[in-house]
Design a protein around this ligand. Sequence first.
Ligand SMILES: Nc1ncnc2c1ncn2[C@@H]1O[C@H](COP(=O)(O)OP(=O)(O)O)[C@@H](O)[C@H]1O
Ligand SMILES: Cc1cn([C@H]2C[C@H](O)[C@@H](COP(=O)(O)OP(=O)(O)O)O2)c(=O)[nH]c1=O
Length: 220
Amino acid sequence: MAASKQGFFLSFEGIDGAGKSSHIDALARALRQAGRTVTLTREPGGTPLAEQVRTLLLHEAMDAHTEALLAFAARRHHVGHVIAPALARGEVVISDRFADATFAYQGAGRGLDWSVLLELERITLSGFGLNPDAVLKPDLTLWFDLPAATAAQRLAAARVPDRFEAQPEHFFAAVAGGYARRCAEDGARFARIAADADRPGVWQQVLAAVQAHGLLEGAA
Ligand SMILES: Nc1ncnc2c1ncn2[C@@H]1O[C@H](COP(=O)(O)OP(=O)(O)O)[C@@H](O)[C@H]1O
Ligand SMILES: Cc1cn([C@H]2C[C@H](O)[C@@H](COP(=O)(O)OP(=O)(O)O)O2)c(=O)[nH]c1=O
């Protein structure tokens, strides 16, 4: 019987237009080719209930507290029904955004108090692992760091904006600052990807970060 593999939780983060989506599927494919079972998911969303919350968050006007409470409620359902069970089965979980997005968008972007978000994170995400006091965090977060002006140029050419993507450039500069703060507070978990590189250059950085954690060794 093959040795059982340990679960690994990987999140992709960055402002809208940073280029995450261009690499998530490729990474899942590469991990599957290397013999791993991969659960690919996203936030807000990831369960039928949380996908309904996503529709509300992206399309209904609301204040920042309501956004954060809905994001964390959806996240708890997502962790309980999808992420924690997949990790317990030894799978690699890749989530397109996780809790750092709430700190960046609702905290730095919309001005919600950082300590309130830390408390919501603690209440919502503890009790899932073996240690009931531990807050569930990704093992590795790939943070696509891109100047807000560059992301805006990319998005203008790409798609019809949702409620967040329609925000002005200074909002995304603040959101990027929120990601930088989370990275400064928990540096070992983060790999900063210089997302202004061309696609092959970004992919090489993604690969290197994942390999540094013992996944995909030898892939090029
Ligand atoms: N390295 C890159 N250089 C230039 N354009 C890119 C790069 N990566 C992605 N793009 C383009 O930028 C836009 C946003 O990329 P996307 O992957 O949808 O970003 P995100 O998922 O982070 O919002 C898309 O039109 C995409 O084709
Ligand atoms: C997870 C999360 C996302 N968001 C925002 C960030 C994005 O603008 C939006 C949806 O993210 P995303 O899936 O990246 O959008 P798209 O499918 O258009 O690429 O929700 C928050 O404001 N708070 C959160 O907690």
